[in-house]
Design a protein around this ligand. Sequence first.
Ligand SMILES: Cc1ncc(COP(=O)(O)O)c(C=O)c1O
Length: 442
Amino acid sequence: MNERESLKINTQGHLEIGGADCVALAQAFGTPLYVFDEIYIRKMMGVFRNTLQNRYAGKGKVLYASKAFSCKAIYKIAAQENIGIDVVSGGELYTALQADFPTENICMHGNNKQDYEIGEALDAGVGLIVADAYSEIDKIDAEAKKRGVCQNVLLRINPGIEAHTHAYVQTATTDSKFGFSIQNGEAERVTVYALSKKNVRLLGYHCHIGSQIFEKQSFVLAAEKCMDFAAEMREKHSFTMTTLNLGGGFGVWYTDEDKKLTSEEYAEYIEALIGAVEEKAKTYGMELPYLLLEPGRSIIAEAGITLYTVGAIKDIPNVKKYVAVDGGMFENPRYALYQSKYTPILANRANEKPMETVSIAGKCCESGDIIAVDVSLPKAQAGDILAVFSTGAYNYSMAMNYNRNKIPPCVLVKDGNAEYIVRPQTYEDLVRNDVIPERLQK
Ligand SMILES: Cc1ncc(COP(=O)(O)O)c(C=O)c1O
């Protein structure tokens, strides 16, 4: 585990997060339970915000990529920390609006935004829309015209970079569904197209090369390619980029196979990006663009842990031992999706040495319903509280009701206090939208 001020083992040998004893949290709120450490979230938002503010000669803003974890409370925290957000659907936008998030600091994403989502974004008055299709540009233009406004737009471009990460979270390879390729000329063609639209104000470009990336060089290369492209567009089409959004993707610690980056090291990543932008601006004699960064995972992943209660234990001699918990792919589908790795511990016996290698299974009717494979634990027993680290990003936000399991609640901890930020689902919630047509009533 990664000890830090707000994540430690207390005198009872229990895991503690944000001053709250995990065993007590499990008793008070039940399991499975997502727990979020407010201090860590604010610290990471501050690292990105302050580095951009203090090191970049131009201006800029951090946009929390809220697909990583979206609920009203996180939008409140982002607003208090003076950062913006990116939303990727009408649902995320609606949630942010419900939290009174300042709409000028919202950037709307999506590779296939629906007409109603573009309409909702315009009605809300979002600061930016990132267009990722010709049809979206048409729609933004038409909807903006209807409302008598001109919408600020970025184009999502694809610099053709293969970042070293899981194929499913690479987003800037030439065959990606995201972005307009610089290489094949599409990014240029769409620039000219967007510039021809009266109610679209093209400010610049967006690029996001993928997620869980640790190589600084991949980020730097992407920034350089965007700047090269912007210089080319100025040369060829007299278009001056005023805003550049370099996305997110900074890696986090899940297991000891990953680097554990300190705040200073995260700052170095941002500085490397800034350096690349400043250098290229100097080379080309360009004004520094307003710079946007969109970290999601790096802000929220390590802020979160999930608590479970151990149930059935199945030992297949000389093959595998399964420790089953009361959660599973319905609240963390990331192993099923990407074979993601996690680090679990027994929260009620956190000082005990690991004694055996086990796999943590969920309770869903699916063989792939696994939380962690071949991990070291003390000998687990039914009733133990298992904690899994770094589950703050893309866990609750990817949760589902498979097998009609209830999506667990989320609590926010600070100074030993824990409060719901997402209440538990009930069985009633599960059947709320079910309808039995009249003809089936008999
Ligand atoms: C456009 C965009 N920006 C930002 C992010 C956030 O990435 P991460 O959570 O890895 O920082 C994503 C993630 O998929 C994305 O698609």
